[in-house]
Ligand binder design. Structure first.
Ligand code: F6R
Length: 614
């Protein structure tokens, strides 16, 4: 949440910062701001409510000169989205500017103290206390900014990623992190700061991922210096960025979400590459091979996740229990972390997260760590916090996902879980060789089958206008398609703002059936494998109450098509891999309905991509 970008070097900072904000806008987009130390040594701050485009408009007739600056795009936590609450925030003497991502938990107490000492506040944010505290420490101890920052941060409780510039030290930029991600990019005689790699990738592939409690001091003409909060020097580990510019641009698609839906055949190939060996009928996941004994002796697996990743976890549960016969519990991270769960030291806790930064999932892991469980991560963003917090894991390799609604990251999570289940099944000997060979060969064919489904996109887009009237949708599925129903409903609600609920189809009789009338669209995932006859009966029940049925069926289906108002076919596959296919038309349906309704699908209201606050 919140995008942070900073630049210091020989170039003009403003164009780099604005472009960076556009790239980061998916993290939050209710207000934006920029601070620059102009060529004449003046510190200029410009802020606006709304999107980065508004800020750009505001800057058109302003002095945006200067080779050092910071900029921010906000997802409001404390204080409504308005100009006053937008970042950067300024210190009492108007010389220090600071931007922040995270939440300062003790801000009220700090604010009261600072107010009593004569410091003035003009926003409702928690952020403003950090910059005022730094100023206060500088004033009272007569010390430099560099010295004051660690002292101030030692008094702050909560999560932060911050970037700071100082009018009186135009050749210095400071960044620090605790609980919220922050990256420093190193170019030729220049430094970049980013809350993720997207604003940096265009300029350099050399980055340092700041660790918890680290402060980065960037000084013109000097090497990057990193210290901890006790001012102990740390040698920064410079890593090579693994994403390309192409991956974070729209590449001719109208929206990132559509591009990412279309990328899925390739992202699945990437996520399985080097791991799936159809020639040998095997899966090789180094995270499992290296920790074979742990997995073989595990009492159970607990998967913690949020949102779409939680839906992938549910599919993973079905796969692992069916194929590898290990009991799996799926937990919402936010519930798990606060309810004193029973965790044994022979449990394996798996965290699934696209961003690798979700605050509740990180906290769930930290709790599991205290109980001695083995921690395994399934994440997309390389170098993010969860992979660094876990004992082992595997990346999903879906590439950067910019659309706020998760699509390609979800299918990559599911395919990674399929690999994990197959790999565990081999180690445990829970399926025979012929079954394993068949499943491995079929998993290899999934990307081609997704390509086939994508060819029907036009049919789905033509259907979308029919549903602009709808205020509610129900999604039903059984077995492996139940989590798909949940995911389909989530996609629709988050980008079209139409209320949608997913249910296990048989649960309908226990309440939701009361909602069905001639206006209610009901999406039923009724693929042939699984409890086909049962779901046909469920559809009949809806039909007889005049519900409008949109079904997802297996190629060649006759029975369900006959009783549906609209149907979309997907190729046949093994039952456990059906979610990888049945999800695709639901992503497209949500996308096209949202487009017809005129929504901003990449940046839906109130949402942000990376939920780094609880
Ligand atoms: C929905 C969506 C969210 C995320 C959730 C967890 O489309 O994207 O529900 O799945 O916020 O995020 P990660 O996977 O980054 O932990």
């Amino acid at each position: 949440m919140c995008g942070i970008v900073g630049y210091m070097g020989p170039k003009e900072a403003a164009p780099i910062l604005i472009k960076g904000l556009h790239r980061l806008e998916y993290r939050g987009y209710d207000s934006a701001g920029i601070a620059l130390i102009n060529g004449n040594g003046k510190l200029s701050i410009y802020k606006t409510k709304g999107k980065v485009a508004n800020l750009e408009k505001l800057l058109s007739d302003k002095d945006v000169s200067g080779c050092v600056g910071i900029a921010h795009t906000r997802w409001a936590t404390h204080g409504e989205p308005n100009e006053a609450n937008a970042h950067p925030h300024l210190s009492e003497h108007n010389n220090i500017a600071l931007i922040h991502n995270g939440i300062i938990e003790n801000y009220k107490a700090l604010k009261e103290e600072l107010v009593s000492k004569g410091y003035h506040f003009y926003s409702d944010t928690d952020t403003e206390v950090i910059v005022q505290l730094i100023q206060y420490i500088m004033d009272t101890h007569k010390i430099s900014l560099t010295e004051a920052v660690p002292q101030a941060l030692a008094n702050v409780i909560g999560a932060y990623a911050i970037a700071i510039i100082d009018k009186d030290n135009p050749d210095v930029m400071i960044a620090a992190r605790k609980g919220s991600p922050l990256i420093v990019g190193i170019g030729k005689d220049e430094f970049f700061i980013g809350s993720d790699a997207t604003p940096i990738v265009e300029y350099t592939d050399k980055v340092v991922y700041l660790e918890e409690g680290q402060i980065a001091l960037m000084e013109r003409g000097k090497e990057l210096q990193v210290t901890d909060l006790n001012k102990i020097n740390i040698s920064p580990v410079v890593k090579k960025l693994e994403i390309s510019l192409e991956e974070i641009e729209k590449g001719g698609f109208a929206d990132f979400m559509l591009k990412e839906i279309y990328e899925q055949p390739q992202t699945l190939r990437n996520s399985m590459s080097g791991r799936l060996h159809p020639d040998l009928g095997e899966v090789r996941l180094s995270g499992i091979i290296d920790n074979k004994e742990k997995f073989l002796n595990a009492r159970r697996i607990i998967i913690c996740a949020c949102g779409t990743s939680w839906h992938a976890a549910l599919i993973g549960k079905y796969m692992i229990e069916e194929i590898a016969r290990i009991p799996v519990e799926v937990e919402y991270s936010s519930e798990f972390r606060y309810r004193n769960p029973v965790i044994y030291d022979d449990d394996i806790v798996i965290a699934i997260s696209q961003s690798g930064e979700t605050a509740d999932t990180l906290a769930a892991l930290k709790l599991a760590r205290t109980k001695g469980a083995f921690l395994f991560g399934i994440c997309n963003v390389v170098g993010s916090s969860i992979p660094r917090e876990t004992d082992s894991g595997c990346y999903t390799h879906a590439g950067p996902e910019i659309g706020v609604a998760s699509t390609k990251a979800f299918t990559a999570q599911v395919s990674t879980l399929a690999l994990l289940a197959l790999s565990l099944a081999k180690e445990k000997g829970t399926i025979d060789d012929a079954t394993r060979l068949r499943l491995v060969a079929e998993l290899q064919r999934i990307p081609d089958k997704i390509e086939k489904i994508l060819k029907h996109d036009r049919n789905i887009s033509m259907l979308a206008p029919i549903f602009t009237y709808a205020r509610n949708f129900i999604y039903l599925g059984r077995g492996y398609n139940y989590p798909v129903a949940l995911e389909g409903a989530l996609k629709l609600k988050e980008i079209s703002y139409i209320h949608a609920e997913g249910y296990p189809a048989a649960e309908m009789k226990h309440g939701p059936i009361a909602l069905i009338d001639e206006e209610l669209p009901v999406v039923v995932i009724a693929t042939r494998k699984g409890k086909y006859d049962k779901i046909v009966s469920n559809i009949q029940e809806i039909k007889s109450r005049k519900g409008k049925i949109i079904s997802i069926v297996t190629e060649g289906d006759v029975d369900v098509r006959k009783i549906s108002d609209w149907s979309f076919e997907i190729p046949d596959t093994e039952e456990c891999f059906v979610p990888l296919l049945s999800t695709i038309p639901l992503q497209l349906l949500a996308y096209h309905i949202a487009v017809v309704k005129g929504r901003n699908v990449d940046q839906p209201r109130n949402l942000a991509k990376s939920v780094t606050v609880e």
